[in-house]
Design a protein around this ligand. Structure first.
Ligand code: HEM
Ligand SMILES: CC(C)=CCC/C(C)=C/CC/C(C)=C/COP(=O)(O)OP(=O)(O)O
Length: 300
């Protein structure tokens, strides 16, 4: 009986521990990044690579993205303690030590690099490592604390996966995947600022210069409209250069039109609930946009 209870508690603490490691990976964000990388692979020219190489490339990109997220949890632990949204995070609450989180991140980095070198190519590995450094070091350690343009510049790291997927296939840089990077780059500010508006008190308390804190919510909402329009314009280019067809054009126009309307509505009739709804919408928007890019390739 006593042994059974002990076994049960060992089991429970093992699951808690696994849960902590999954949490510092930002698993849902990484899943989305991997989906965009997958679309990069799907849209690349046919290279006759095995599906095992493709899956392993995605796993390698995912491992390095998760490693970057784990470093973010370590570097940001004091900020995270001050914000209601993040104060329960494993490193912020000492449920996971800095040492263990960094060891975990290093392990993921080594695995990711070996996997990418083995199943993709050197250029893809180097670019993925640059994305890791861009998010974990350039954005988290410097930009986030320094300028309200932090997420605009830092967003480049999160926008890289479609390019990484494409390069894992071809081993070279091309204009088409750069266009996919531009799409996520323009999507990121309205995605994040919607959340930052609703959580501006958090950022103020943590002394982080997010745009709604430094320039107010109205100006941020105006910037969101500008970026959603820019996004809509960039999204037409894949059709114009015959990279994607009419199915993609129709889907992306509807999605972007909806994004613009929701941003304009937030500008004229602002509320925190509406900002949070827009943040959630941005995630479905990007997912559907990339599903449309993927589906278009098979329909045409
Ligand atoms: C610098 C760029 C970015 C910033 C600052 C940012 C910021 C955020 C923040 C603060 C959250 C809330 C996280 C939470 O409460 O746990 C979030 C959620 C999310 N982000 Fe972003 N994001 C960025 C780029 C991206 C990119 C490039 C993608 C995908 C391609 C993405 C996908 C998501 C998803 C799927 C969620 C929802 C996660 C969940 O429900 O737990 N983000 N983002
Ligand atoms: C290798 C590779 C592809 C790297 C991608 C890097 C990556 C995981 C980008 C995601 C961006 C993201 C979730 C930012 C959150 O901002 P934040 O950290 O300020 O948000 P927080 O307050 O929730 O921590």
């Amino acid at each position: 009986m006593k042994t059974a209870i002990m076994n049960q508690s060992v089991h429970a603490s093992w699951w808690h521990s696994v849960g902590n490691y999954i949490a510092i990976c930002k698993a849902k964000v990484v899943a989305m990044l991997v989906i965009t990388a997958w679309v990069g692979i799907a849209l690349a020219p046919e290279m006759d690579r095995s599906w095992i190489s493709q899956i392993m490339s995605l796993l390698g990109i995912g491992a390095l993205a998760a490693a970057a997220a784990a470093v973010n949890h370590v570097v940001d632990r004091e900020i995270d303690q001050k914000m209601a949204r993040t104060r329960h995070r494993p490193v912020a609450t000492d449920r996971l030590t800095v040492r263990d989180a960094l060891l975990f991140s290093s392990g993921l980095t080594v695995i990711g690099v070996v996997v990418l070198l083995q199943w993709s190519n050197l250029l893809c590995t180097v670019l993925t490592l640059l994305a890791l450094l861009g998010y974990a070091v350039v954005y988290t350690l410097f930009l986030k604390r320094a300028t309200p343009q932090n997420i605009v510049i830092g967003g480049l790291a999160g926008a890289m996966p479609p390019l990484l997927g494409w390069v894992s296939e071809t081993g070279q840089l091309d204009a088409e995947p750069l266009l996919l990077v531009m799409i996520i780059f323009a999507w990121t500010p309205p995605h994040f600022w919607a959340l930052a508006i609703a959580r501006r008190n958090d950022y103020q308390r943590a002394n982080i210069p997010m745009l709604p804190v430094t320039h107010g919510t109205q100006f941020t909402q105006l910037c969101m409209i500008v970026y959603t329009i820019l996004l809509a314009l960039i999204c037409i280019v894949p059709y114009l250069i015959s990279m994607s067809g009419w199915f993609y054009l129709v889907c992306s126009s509807v999605l972007n039109g909806w994004f613009i309307v929701k941003s304009v509505s937030l500008y004229y009739w602002p509320s925190d609930e509406k900002a949070m709804a827009l943040f959630r919408f941005s995630i479905s928007h990007l997912l559907l946009l990339f599903v449309a890019l993927f589906a278009d390739k098979w329909i045409m």
